[in-house]
Design a binder for this molecule. Structure first.
Ligand SMILES: Nc1ncnc2c1ncn2[C@@H]1O[C@H](COP(=O)(O)OP(=O)(O)OP(=O)(O)O)[C@@H](O)[C@H]1O
Length: 265
């Protein structure tokens, strides 16, 4: 008897998403298995952020999933109460926003906010949380952990606060980590370090990661699968090697041609 494949951790089925009644995502289906890294690429306005905000339940008052289903661990998220959805955020599903600083409390230190976030989900003391944070910082080239932990968000540069945001999401060790342009404010070397740190998280904890990016070069080296969005539709979706080496869609070819230094096509 053949074994039944495990259900995907995340399964998006035939989804349409509207803002104020106008669709910006149509007929979109994809899935993410445990421990998989999926990159969602596409140009500005193609709907990448909308899609991951819909998974998180953070579309705002104008946004609405008007068709389809989003299953997480086999449960349709769209049928959960707002409270049940809120409970999934953090320990089960973490998100790193493009502008992470704006989601931190401006008048409390990074260390206090880390401790509170982790403590809300498990019994742990502040030193343990700060030690874990320092180890993650080190992997992302954030030096002087104690100074950062004692800082307020406004005291950090853009690149530092982006890494502080990634560390916050990693500390909670979610099953699924959604990241929106996680490395956009970082230079090339730090970008590589952050990508490696995220990969380590996947390798050690089997965290599934969905990364939204404009950068198909980063997607090529970082992900198992790539989904290409164009004007709210999925135009290409599959294993990274086949998308990069044998793109079927004109739009994907164009994206790949735009990074000739990496692919030398
Ligand atoms: N709150 C909103 N209200 C109305 N329309 C919105 C809202 N947020 C996004 N949109 C529209 O939805 C479409 C998809 O936007 P989205 O931000 O998801 O694209 P994106 O691919 O993430 O772009 P970028 O790479 O620039 O972040 C765009 O046409 C955008 O103008």
């Amino acid at each position: 008897m053949s074994s039944v494949p495990p259900i995907p951790l995340l399964e998006i089925k035939n989804v349409e998403i509207c803002y104020s009644g106008t669709p910006v995502i149509s007929e979109l289906s994809l899935s993410v298995r445990k421990g998989e890294i999926l990159s969602i690429v596409g140009e500005s306005g193609s709907g990448k952020s909308t899609l991951i905000n819909a998974v998180m339940g953070l579309l705002g008052s104008d946004g609405h999933v008007s068709k389809g289903k989003i299953f997480f661990k086999g449960k349709n998220l769209l049928s959960l109460s707002p409270e049940a959805r809120r409970r999934t955020r953090g320990p089960e599903m973490g998100m790193v926003f493009q502008n992470h600083a704006s989601s931190l409390c401006p008048i409390r230190t990074i260390g206090a906010q880390y401790y509170e976030a982790v403590r809300a989900h498990r019994k742990i003391n502040r030193n343990e949380v700060e030690d874990m944070a320092a180890a993650i910082f080190e992997g992302m080239n954030l030096k002087d952990a104690s100074r950062i932990l004692a800082s307020y968000p406004f005291e950090l540069s853009g690149g530092m606060s982006q890494r502080v945001g990634i560390a916050m999401a990693m500390l909670l060790e979610p099953d699924l980590l959604l990241t929106d342009e996680p490395t956009s404010a970082l230079d090339v070397i730090v970008k590589a370090m952050v990508s490696n740190e995220l990969k380590t998280l996947r390798n050690e904890k089997e965290t599934s990661i969905v990364m939204v990016t404009h950068d198909i070069g980063l997607a090529a080296i970082f992900s198992d699968n790539i989904a290409v969005l164009n004007k709210g539709r999925l135009v290409e979706y599959g294993a990274t090697s086949s998308i990069i080496n044998d793109p079927q869609d004109d739009y994907t070819r164009e994206l790949i041609r735009a990074v000739p230094r990496i692919f030398k096509r």
